[in-house]
Design a protein around this ligand. Structure first.
Ligand code: OGA
Ligand code: NI
Length: 353
């Protein structure tokens, strides 16, 4: 992996703060990628399902709803998820304060494409690529062997503690969710976690996303269309500012977040493990001209050094393995080089291609 970015990094937040009235060319997307705001055209249900963890945890009827959500949407919102609501608010607030620091302060954590860890503004190293209207901070949380809090922000003062506490609570939720997904696929409760490499060996990263105000939001995206490369993702959205859109057929559905809910989505590794029964669905983020948006995405991933392929128990004569096994450490390099590009990556593993 290359060690440096192909062009100097520009903080989009700093750019936005100059009060510019047009979006620089680097951020203007080709017409077919620009945001669309669909009203319902298809007759399909247009709201991301909302599930209550108390109704789905080890309950057959609830597990059927999980299955439906993962087959049809690849996304759901979850309430009664066990993560403390005050903690959610505090950790999001702490990240907001971090992004409000002067850009020179944040640049001390500037990241590079070899690990992505730190403060950055682009994904992918393709020269002259169109860029997204956002900045982020990316850090490693699991496994413990690669967690290094000295690389995390030291300001505001409580942020490291809050990241630890939030990470711990979301880790517990992810363990319950992986068990829930396993059962909802008709597998033994611990089957999927074993396929992930076991809870002591899984990986987790946190990405804090900052989407600044944008003078011409219809010309760009806060985050281009992509599916998440890992296992499952838990998004803590901005309580006040919508922006996340999920692909639904030919439409983009804007998620209306329910108070105190977390958003769960299936990543490419679960699509692969489930042999395509569960879908890692494309999503993107739109920005707006009046409000900045902060979200936290925790990516919960299989152990990175074992091959991940379809679970044998899910294969049938009519539905043989769709994907070639691949290690996550290898899979992840592709998005780290090319940047977000819809579902091209998981599709490239289709066994027939
Ligand atoms: C991501 C992502 C959504 C959001 O970080 O992969 O899809 O709402 N984030 O910021
Ligand atoms: Ni995503």
């Amino acid at each position: 992996m290359v060690a440096s970015w192909p062009e100097p990094i520009v903080s989009v937040q700093a750019l936005s703060q100059t009060g510019l009235s047009t979006v620089p060319n680097r951020y203007i997307k080709p017409a077919h990628q620009r945001p669309v705001y669909n009203s319902d055209q298809s007759g399909l249900d247009m709201e991301v399902p909302v599930l209550d963890m108390r109704d789905v945890w080890r309950k057959p009827e609830g597990l059927r709803r999980v299955r439906k959500a993962c087959e049809e949407w690849g996304f759901f919102q979850v309430v009664n998820h066990g993560v403390d609501h005050m903690l959610m608010e505090s950790v999001r607030g702490a990240w907001r304060e971090f992004f409000d620091l002067p850009v020179e302060e944040k640049r001390k954590y500037a990241n590079s494409p070899d690990t992505y860890e730190g403060y950055g503004s682009r994904i992918g190293v393709v020269k002259d690529a169109k860029l997204d209207w956002s900045d982020y901070f990316f850090l490693n949380y699991l496994p413990a062997s690669i967690k290094n809090p000295s690389k995390w922000p030291s300001q505001p003062p409580k942020i490291r503690e809050l990241i630890e506490e939030y990470g711990e609570e979301v880790r517990k939720l992810c363990e319950r969710l992986v068990e829930t997904l396993s059962e909802s696929l008709g597998l033994e409760p611990n089957h999927l976690m074993k396929a992930f490499g076991g809870e002591d060996k899984v990986g987790a990263n946190l990405r804090a996303n900052f989407y600044p105000k944008c003078p011409q939001p219809h010309l760009t995206l806060g985050l281009s269309s992509h599916s998440d490369p890992g296992g499952i993702t838990i998004v803590l959205p901005d309580e006040k500012v919508a922006g996340l859109q999920v692909r639904r057929g030919d439409c983009w559905v804007t998620v209306k977040s329910v108070p105190n809910a977390l958003i769960v989505n299936i990543g490419d590794q679960v699509q692969i493990l489930s042999n395509g029964i569960y879908k890692s669905v494309e999503h993107q983020v739109v920005v707006n001209s009046s409000m900045e948006r902060v979200s936290l995405a925790l990516f919960y991933n299989p152990r990175s050094d074992i091959p991940i392929g379809p679970v044998k128990e899910l294969l049938t004569e009519n539905r043989p393995a769709l994907y070639k096994p691949i290690r996550f450490e290898e899979y992840r390099l592709l998005i780290r080089q090319k940047g977000p590009s819809g579902k091209n990556q998981v599709d490239s593993l289709l066994a027939s291609t």
